[in-house]
Ligand binder design. Structure first.
Ligand SMILES: Cc1ncc(COP(=O)(O)O)c(C=O)c1O
Length: 470
């Protein structure tokens, strides 16, 4: 059903794009469309709502749906070429603001965190109560993780084509800890690590914590990390690890095609450089099938897979996992020495939720919602941001990467927006250099409301004013 209304919406959108239905024109009535597409009236209504969310239709009371073209179809950001050389990492302090408690009163467009409306709150509450009733089992140490949890994770990985046993898995405090443990397992302070550019700020923070130097390799908006750039970096520098988010990278939303994932894995394997794969957005694809992780192509155990349930079940459970491949012993030791294991209670609760099929049901219902919310945000950016703005077209996840025209300062937009209690993530956070100072990242995972619409319009107005000054 969910897929059907998206298909109808896609076809209507194509007809609008091709000029079959023009700006201001009324679409045929619901019954006519239901006959035309051979679907139910309610499917047509859902398709209308989807197109309204994407900014292609406008509902007029008692008159029907009218074509309303997004102001313009914005280009995607271009991949920035830059010469890679290792830099010490000092993650920006402003990233601390992203999740700080006092930010909660602001319009939350900064952190890549889904609004609770998108999370399976009631189900996880029930599963947590169930887990708590298991007494001591939920209260003891659990190193390297509760077997129930690791078994469920192993089953999910097997369904993706990655054959592992629970013994190959370590439960972690979110994906962030998994990345830090992976880095500690394969590097020493001062070593050089390759990351994508723009990069998720948490990866830069992880490098900072471990005392590493970074080479930033550009990410293409739809193909992911430039393999040509990576090859150059490997030839020139003694790289000790490479961290990549191949599925729906943050902030660009790129999904690396399978052939390139395969090339990435074999290129790093040949160079003897471990690949740290962060697959946190893999489950939240917008269309088609669940994209495969790069780990599927790993024949030698050189890929350290990291993920978590922070983007789906809840960020506050702090529950993730890693599969360190041939670096298992080092990673286990790092985990044990860091905190003796991950809390037992969330593991039991999540294992229960997975085992009962609740997670898959929830994912099926939330994916179209993430897609719609992100598209709605994209359309709103198109309506209010200055001419020359480029914005990403993510294939999964829920963040948008916005490139402002010329030298328009994203940092200044961030500052002025905060004075109006609107929180966004300035481009500066996504690199150790200043090359993204004209960019912003917006979190699209909020239920659409006047407050959000107004906030995006204000951001557009601030950016327009700054663009005319610069
Ligand atoms: C790409 C990426 N990796 C890791 C994380 C951190 O995940 P966790 O909350 O599971 O530590 C995030 C959160 O924003 C992310 O976007």
């Amino acid at each position: 059903m969910g897929i059907l209304y998206n298909q109808v919406a896609d076809q209507l959108q194509a007809l609008i794009r091709d000029g079959v239905y023009r700006e201001g024109e009324r679409l045929p009535g619901v019954r006519a469309l239901s006959r035309q597409f051979g679907v139910s009236v309610s499917t047509v209504l859902q398709a209308h709502q989807t197109l309204e969310a994407r900014g292609y239709l406008e509902a007029r009371e008692r008159s029907g749906y009218f074509v309303h073209l997004p102001r313009r179809d914005m280009p995607e950001p271009v991949m920035q070429q830059h010469r890679a050389k290792p830099m010490p990492v000092s993650a920006r302090e402003m990233t601390l603001d992203l999740c700080a408690d006092e930010q909660k009163r602001m319009v939350p467009l900064a952190a890549a965190v889904p609004h609770p409306d998108f999370l399976p709150v009631r189900q996880i509450q029930q599963a947590t109560l169930w887990a708590a009733r298991r007494g001591l089992e939920s209260l003891d140490y659990a190193f390297p993780g509760k077997i129930e949890y690791r078994r469920q994770v192993a089953q999910r990985m097997a369904a993706l084509g990655v054959m592992v046993t629970p013994d190959d898995i370590i439960a972690t405090n979110g994906a962030q800890e998994a990345i830090i443990l992976a880095l500690k397992a394969v590097t020493s302070p001062g070593d050089i690590v390759v990351v994508e550019s723009p990069s998720f700020p948490g990866i830069l923070q992880a490098l900072d914590v471990v005392g590493l130097r970074v080479i930033e390799v550009p990410t293409h908006p739809s193909e992911g990390m430039s393999l040509e750039g990576l090859e150059l970096a490997l030839e020139q520098w003694p790289v000790k690890a490479c961290v990549v988010v191949p599925n729906h990278s943050n902030p660009m939303g790129a999904r690396m095609p399978d052939e390139r994932k395969q090339q990435l894995v074999s290129m790093l394997e040949r160079a003897g450089v471990p690949l740290i794969e962060d697959d946190i957005y893999g489950d939240v694809f917008h269309t088609g099938e669940r994209p495969r992780p790069a780990k599927v192509f790993d024949r030698t155990g050189n890929v350290i897979y990291c993920s978590s349930f922070s983007k789906t079940i809840s960020p506050g459970l702090r529950l993730g996992w890693m599969m360190p491949g041939k670096y298992l012993a080092e990673a286990r030791q790092q985990k044990y020495f860091s905190n003796l294991g991950t809390a037992s209670l969330p593991q039991l609760a999540v294992a229960r939720f997975l085992e009962q099929g609740g997670y898959d049901r929830y994912l099926r219902s939330v994916r179209p919602r993430f897609r719609e919310a992100t598209e709605r945000m994209r359309s709103a950016v198109g309506r209010s941001f200055p001419e020359g703005t480029a914005v990403s077209r993510p294939q999964g996840g829920f963040v948008l990467w916005v490139q402002l025209p010329g030298k328009t300062s994203g940092t200044e937009v961030y500052r002025r927006a905060r004075e109006e209690n609107i929180n966004v993530a300035p481009g500066l956070m996504f690199s150790t250099t200043d090359k993204y100072q004209n960019c912003l990242r917006l979190n699209g995972a909020n239920p659409w409301s006047e407050r959000i619409e107004h906030a995006v319009a204000r951001l557009g107005a601030i950016a327009t004013a700054l663009a005319s000054e610069s």
